[in-house]
Each structure stands twice: as structure tokens, then as C-alpha cells.
Ligand binder design. Structure first.
Ligand code: NZQ
Ligand code: ZN
Length: 391
């Protein structure tokens, strides 16, 4: 078990009746607010109007950046940063899913730089310690961006999608009302749910190596929660308990609580970000296609025990199987969860993705250290093989 520091300064207002605290949280930082949102779901759901009503009673001045794309672009971030500079914005109010919150994080960092360009920060891996404060209102249970210090920004000119990280990027406050996710389409619900599942799985085995039982049990509880509640939310999008469980699972998966002494591998995430960067696909769907193939690729006598444990603890696979058979059964269960329960298309071919760019994508995916670390160290040739298994 490794030593660790846990500190998460984000104040979370969870539940139905918390918006009365919105103005008070904003006013801690000032009155000039940049409201950032996506393609219009918050207008359809009525959330935009409620926010406007709440802030107008408190002489808060709102400026807007609308139209943040899923997989937010660096150019959109830079537009937001320019507004912040021009209008002397005090605080950013991000309302939406991970893309909107991530874009806001990019804006928060870039607006304090001289030229207001986020891309050098992203591409040079700058750790952000100074940024405008962010208050987030979450509408999609998925990325954990509402409580973490990461924002993933895409540059479609160079086919790059890279995480911008820093202690200053953790939102100061997050409002999590499960009702705000009632309006999510089924597709976004399941993609978000699988993203949560994979955030835990991508870091799961390392805690095992470190024999920190509490962390393993908590990680498994989050994955079981997703498996239990996403079918309920798919069937009844307005089931509050389902939405609440998924929303808090989203935050718990990446707010640091589950890190305790573990080492982040993020193998599936490194591989998926290349798919989104080249083909602009939905992040959780890309993860669902990659994950069972990755598990299959890394299955050997060193990893079988951990994969088998996943099957037993999350999917109720029988405990008395021979280890390799149990691990195979676990992989089959993950696959059935992705493609039968969640109903996601199961191959890259289904998403019109061919092997054309696999070589360069595999190189990019390994560019941090030349390899992707994890339960099995993956070289670019391994990553390419995994992509091919997804066709
Ligand atoms: O843009 P609007 O109109 O709001 O519609 C969005 C968008 O079309 C819609 N949506 C969100 N909430 C809704 C809703 N529609 C109806 N009702 C609601 N309540 O859903 C679509 C997808 O939204 P998006 O924000 O893109 O989804 P998500 O939350 O999954 O975020 C994905 C982005 O986050 C990154 C991903 O790579 C991707 O770019 N990630 C961020 C991470 C982080 N910050 O730590 C970690 C993750 O691993 C991930 O990489
Ligand atoms: Zn993710």
C-alpha cells in the first residue's frame, strides 16, 4: 500500500433542493459570471431559465458562451477565454456534462495567460495552479469532471485529445441534482454509465497489487452500483434513485477517494482518447468497445486472478471455477454488459472506423512514456493489436 495525500476542496450540493445556494457560492468570487453550456439541452429542460431567475435576484451579471461541443475544441475554449479577458470575468458557471465542465476548466486556465490560448498549456502538459474559479452544475453522470482536476480538450486540426490537469481546475462547488439528468437520452445515459465503470476498472488492479482492501471494496461497490442502476435509468429515465446513484458514482469514481495509494494506469482511456480525437465518437461508447478486448488481450496467468475477482464481485460469476475459466467468464460478462444490457454497437466497424490510422493512434496513445502501464505494459504494437480486435 502506497502513501497518499487526500484533499478535495470541492463543495458538493447534492439533491433536489440545493439551488438556493447557487448565488451564495458564485458571490464568494464576484459578480461577473461567464455562463458556459452546450448545444441547448439546458434550454429545453428549463434549467437555463431557473438559473437566470436565481442570479437575476442577486445582481449577478451574466455573460454567455453557448455551443460547447461534445469532445470540446480548443478553439471554443479560446473563445471563452477571450470573453473572460474582455469582460473581466470573476467566476465561471459551467452547466452541463463533462464537455462543458472541461471546456470551462480550459477557459479558467487560459484566461489567466497572456495570449489566452489554451493549446500550449494542454500540449505541453502544464500543471495548472492558477485559474479562475469554477462553479459547476452537472447534468450528466459520467466523467467525474464535477469533482476532479482534469479537463480533456480536443484539437481537431492535429487529431489530438489531451487532458489538462491541475489543482486549480477542481471546481469550487458542484451542484448535483439527479433530476437534471432525467432528460438524458438513453444513449448518453449508457455511455456515461460505462465511462464511470471504466474510470474504476482502469485503475482497479493497481490497488489490488497494493493490497489495500478497503479501496478494492469501494471500487467494486461503485462498479456494482453502475451495473445495478443503469438498467433502471434506461427503463425509467425519471427514476430518482437510479439517477442519484449514477450521479454520485460519477463523482466518487474520480474525486480521489478511490485513488488511495493506487497507481493510475488508464489503459482504456489512453486508447479511447485517440478514437475520439480521430473520429469524434462518444467517449463512453469508445471505452465500451475497447474494454472487453483489452481484458481479453491482457488475460494471462498473472492477470487471471484479478480479472476473475472482477467477475465474481461485480457480475456474480461462480467462485469455484478454475482461475482461467473464471477470468474468461468475467470478460464475457463485461462484454454482455456493454453490448446486451447497454445495447451499444460492439465494433469500431459499426462506427465506420477502419484500421487506416491505427498505427499513428497507437503511437500517440503511448506517447507519455512510450508505453501504457497497467496490469500488462502495452507497447504501440500491443495497442494496435487491441484496436484490430475491436474491428
Ligand atoms: O450539449 P448539450 O445540449 O448540453 O447536450 C449534451 C451532449 O449532446 C447532452 N446532455 C448532457 N446533459 C444532458 C444532455 N442532454 C439532455 N439532458 C441532459 N441532462 O449529452 C451530450 C454529451 O454531453 P457531454 O458533456 O459531451 O458528455 P460527457 O459528460 O460524457 O462528457 C464527455 C467529455 O468528457 C471527457 C470526455 O473525453 C469527453 O470529451 N472526459 C472528461 C474527464 C474528466 N474531466 O476528468 C474524464 C473522462 O474520462 C473523459 O475523458
Ligand atoms: Zn472517461
Amino acid at each position: 500500500m502506497n502513501d497518499f495525500i487526500f484533499h478535495n476542496p470541492d463543495r458538493v450540493y447534492f439533491g433536489k433542493n440545493q439551488m438556493e445556494h447557487l448565488a451564495e457560492e458564485i458571490l464568494k468570487y464576484g459578480k461577473r459570471v461567464l455562463l458556459v453550456y452546450g448545444g441547448g439541452s439546458i434550454k429545453k429542460s428549463g434549467l437555463y431559465d431557473s438559473i437566470m431567475k436565481l442570479v437575476s435576484n442577486n445582481s449577478i451579471e451574466i455573460f454567455e458562451l453557448a455551443g460547447v461541443e461534445p469532445n470540446p475544441r480548443h478553439t471554443t475554449v479560446n473563445r471563452g477565454a477571450a470573453i473572460c479577458k474582455k469582460e473581466k470575468i470573476d467566476v465561471i458557471l459551467a452547466v452541463g456534462g463533462g464537455s462543458t465542465i472541461d471546456c470551462s476548466k480550459g477557459i479558467a486556465a487560459a484566461s489567466l495567460t497572456e495570449n489566452g490560448d489554451v493549446w500550449p498549456l494542454v500540449s505541453e502538459g502544464v500543471w495548472v495552479t492558477e485559474a479562475l474559479p469554477i462553479v459547476a452544475i452537472l447534468t450528466n453522470a459520467a466523467t467525474g469532471s464535477e469533482m476532479d482536476g482534469w479537463g480533456v480538450i480536443s484539437n481537431m486540426d492535429t487529431n489530438e485529445k489531451i487532458g489538462l490537469g491541475g489543482s486549480a481546475l477542481i471546481p469550487k462547488a458542484a451542484f448535483e441534482n439527479p433530476e437534471y439528468s432525467f432528460s438524458l437520452p438513453v444513449y448518453q445515459t449508457v455511455c456515461g454509465a460505462f465511462d464511470i465503470f471504466n474510470h474504476v476498472l482502469d485503475n482497479y488492479y493497481f490497488a489490488g497489487d497494493a493490497t489495500f482492501d478497503l479501496i478494492m471494496e469501494m471500487q467494486e461497490a461503485v462498479m456494482r452500483t453502475v451495473v445495478k442502476w443503469v438498467p433502471v435509468a434506461m427503463k425509467n429515465p425519471e427514476n430518482y434513485e437510479a439517477r442519484a446513484n449514477l450521479m454520485w458514482a460519477s463523482s466518487m469514481a474520480l474525486n480521489g477517494v478511490l485513488d488511495g495509494g493506487s497507481v493510475h494506469g488508464c489503459a482504456c482511456h489512453f486508447m479511447e482518447h485517440e478514437l475520439s480525437a480521430y473520429y469524434d465518437i462518444t467517449h463512453g461508447h469508445g471505452l465500451a468497445i475497447i474494454t472487453p478486448r483489452w481484458l481479453q488481450y491482457i488475460l494471462n496467468e498473472n492477470t487471471a486472478a484479478a480479472i476473475y475477482r472482477l467477475g465474481v464481485k461485480i457480475f456474480g460469476v461462480a467462485e469455484e471455477l478454475e482461475q482461467m475459466d473464471g477470468a474468461q467468464k468475467a470478460i464475457d460478462e463485461v462484454s454482455a454488459f456493454c453490448f446486451e444490457t447497454l445495447g451499444l454497437k460492439s465494433t469500431l466497424t459499426d462506427l465506420n472506423i477502419t484500421n487506416e490510422h491505427f498505427k499513428e493512434m497507437a503511437e500517440h496513445a503511448c506517447c507519455m512514456d512510450g508505453v501504457i502501464t497497467g496490469p500488462m505494459t502495452l507497447k504501440p504494437s500491443d495497442v494496435e493489436s487491441i484496436y484490430k480486435m475491436c474491428l
